[in-house]
Design a protein around this ligand. Structure first.
Ligand code: B12
Ligand code: SF4
Ligand code: SF4
Length: 378
């Protein structure tokens, strides 16, 4: 292996070159040692049940804080932040909200392509395979290594905030066996600001740099089972993810829209889907319009469920016929159950009539229970 050609400057420059094909980026280096502080924080978070919907436990805490899990003999982690913020499109009546990260073509593909290109060039320079790449799906506590590399600081909304790019950044890493001089952590932070904590509708953010993810709208819209009834009203009209805490974050606002064309909505409906249409969406339309975005991994029923909740929160009687149709005909009991909740929340005479009519015919016990609860509330 020819390590002499692998100076830090040369490596960082070629990562920057490959990454910048995706738009604006930052690249910095963290040492690949076991991050004991992050491991302790993860253990505490899992013990509190903050990540209960993700099934994370001790094995995740250990693996995610040791880059050698991804590459044997890892010495350095090249941490990359890819800016993705683009303008939030105006919404028409009865359309849902989708978070900025999910409305474009799936970022995983783009980020991984750039990282793999850079990794291949590093391997060529070194004359041997010395790299492995990660973005989102590998067991690596990406925010902790990004903060260690000084890409940004971890804010009270728990996202990494880059000084220049704000927090609307995707994180990706190239783990390498090359020893590269680490960059310094940033000496800055949130100070006394609490805007993200104050704006969070569900109280998911505790204000001490931790989050109860089971209350986060991003998690609620992605889970595959029922959204807890007491949290549904807080979800508002979000049908995938949530950007509230970042949209009020001063350094993120100052950074502005630094995403590229590839970060813009994948199609007309991707950022502001019509809720009634989404409520009726079947597999074919899902494959055509949604599967290529980052919200295309949980299936159509989850989005129909989310549309039902958003329609309930829109409190618009014109949505009652579509919700009644979903309660009557949707093949998925979870969607019927959430449609029942939405009808109860709207509470108009037509909504109550639809609930009473279905109560006579419904056979699924969970849906019967939703209908009964909806009639009590109404
Ligand atoms: C599970 C997951 C979620 C869960 C849980 C989120 C959470 N905050 O933990 C849910 C579904 C809620 C979620 C939501 C979102 N996610 Co997410 N998610 C992940 C995933 C897969 C694992 C995160 C994890 O292990 N969480 C457990 C917690 C306890 O650990 P952690 O937050 O990662 O890191 C903690 C430690 O690093 C520790 N720590 C260590 N050292 C230090 C030092 C100091 C000083 C401090 C204060 C803390 C600290 O504190 C951190 C914060 O709690 C990562 C990808 C990955 N492999 O890391 C993406 C990731 C974190 N998500 C990402 C994104 C974009 C989002 C959303 C913005 C999407 C959206 N718009 O809806 C929201 C943001 C919601 C929010 N306020 O956090 C990005 C974050 C980019 C960034 N700028 O930080 C990641 C990194 C994916 C990626 N590769 O880009 N996500
Ligand atoms: S993404 Fe939304 S629900 Fe989640 S912590 Fe931020 S403001 Fe709260
Ligand atoms: S809104 Fe304020 S407290 Fe929250 S992450 Fe941004 S700077 Fe920090």
């Amino acid at each position: 292996m020819d390590r002499s050609r692998c100076s830090k400057n040369a490596i960082v420059a070629l990562v920057r070159e490959a990454a910048s094909e995706n738009g604006e980026c930052e690249v910095r280096v963290a040492p690949a040692f076991v991050d004991e502080a992050a491991r302790a924080r993860l253990r505490e978070a899992f013990a509190r049940g903050d990540l209960a919907t993700w099934g994370y436990g001790e094995e995740r805490a250990v693996r995610a804080t040791d880059p050698a899990t991804i590459l044997d003999g890892a010495r350095s982690v090249l941490c990359v932040a890819f800016a993705y913020a683009t303008a939030v499109p105006g919404r028409r009546h009865l359309t849902g909200r989708v978070s900025n990260y999910a409305w474009s073509r799936d970022y995983h593909e783009r980020v991984l392509r750039a990282l793999r290109t850079a990794a291949q060039r590093i391997d060529e320079l070194a004359g041997a395979p010395v790299t492995a790449v990660a973005c989102d799906t590998k067991p690596l506590v990406e925010r902790a290594y990004a903060a260690r590399a000084g890409l940004g600081w971890i804010g009270k909304h728990t996202n990494v905030i880059s000084r220049r790019l704000g927090s609307y950044v995707f994180l990706g890493e190239i783990v390498t066996t090359l020893e590269l001089e680490p960059d310094a952590r940033l000496r800055t932070g949130c100070g006394r600001c609490t805007r993200c904590v104050d704006v969070c509708p569900t109280g998911a953010l505790r204000g001490n740099y931790t989050i109860d993810a089971t209350r986060c709208i991003s998690d609620l819209t992605q889970r595959t089972d029922a959204i807890p009834r007491d949290l549904r009203a807080f979800v508002g009209e979000w049908v995938w993810g949530c950007d509230l805490c970042q949209s009020v974050c001063p350094p993120t606002r100052r950074a502005g829209e630094r995403g590229s064309q590839a970060d813009e909505p994948a199609n007309a409906a991707a950022a502001t889907p019509e809720l009634v249409r989404l409520l009726r969406m079947r597999a074919g339309e899902y494959r055509r319009h949604v599967a290529s975005t980052a919200m295309g991994w949980r299936g159509a029923a989850v989005l129909r469920r989310n549309a039902a909740v958003a329609l309930g929160n829109a409190l618009d009687r014109s949505a009652v016929p579509a919700l009644a149709e979903a309660l009557e005909r949707d093949a998925h009991p979870m969607v019927r159950g959430h449609a029942a909740w939405a009808l109860g929340r709207i509470g108009s005479p037509a909504a109550l009539a639809a609930l009473r009519a279905r109560a006579q015919r419904e056979e699924d016990a969970t849906v019967c229970e939703e209908i009964a609860a909806a009639l009590v509330v109404a």
